[in-house]
Design a protein around this ligand. Sequence first.
Ligand code: ZN
Length: 249
Amino acid sequence: MAARTEIESYANALLDVARFRDYGPNGLQVEGREEVRSLVSGVTASRALIEAAIEAGADAILVHHGLFWRGHDGRITGWLRQRLALLLAHGVSLFAYHLPLDAHPELGNNAQLGARLGLQPDGRFGEQDLGFIGAPAQPQTLASLAERAALALGRRPTVVAGDGRPLRRVAWCTGGAQGYFEAAIAAGADAYLTGEISEPQAHYARETGVAYLACGHHASERFGAPAVAGQVAQAFGLAHRFIDIDNPA
Ligand SMILES: [Zn+2]
């Protein structure tokens, strides 16, 4: 058992939240009961996750995608009211860590995905150094890397071939990081792997020769939250469970 405030301080320091400019508040987003025994982690603070966490007896939830984002008009209506009402009625705290959870060198989404794909990071690229770049531990072709991603994520990536060059350097950034493709190319990547693809990236891949793999936003971001929550749970002797709410995106 631990005080909610201690968990907040520990997780904020672990993820170095003060270093990031982000699209939403990192750390405690919704204040629940003061003592925490049981922690549930998940990718997104959706109503389905909140309901499942309440069902599992959680005192707190730790997610990558929280409730409050820049650009939202601030009204507590509709889906936001429903999610908040559940948290408040059950005294469940919500901790959310967005970019700090992508970036953590061992527990973050990028580090955890790289480990599952056999990619060894030796550098960073892109805005706020969020992107990872490195060499495959074993030689990979585009087809073998795509196969490895399919096995690790349970979902076939959308692949746009480059010019067929050997994959000496692979860059990756989980989630909706299609906008980092040009930075990955500039950093020397032979292939770039992320969650999503938008229309322009297919052309960039064909025209620059750098292959592009879109592996799913949710699928590529399932590993950081449980790694961080597991570390928090271990530090305080809490029960912890990751609950995956399936998402085709
Ligand atoms: Zn995301």
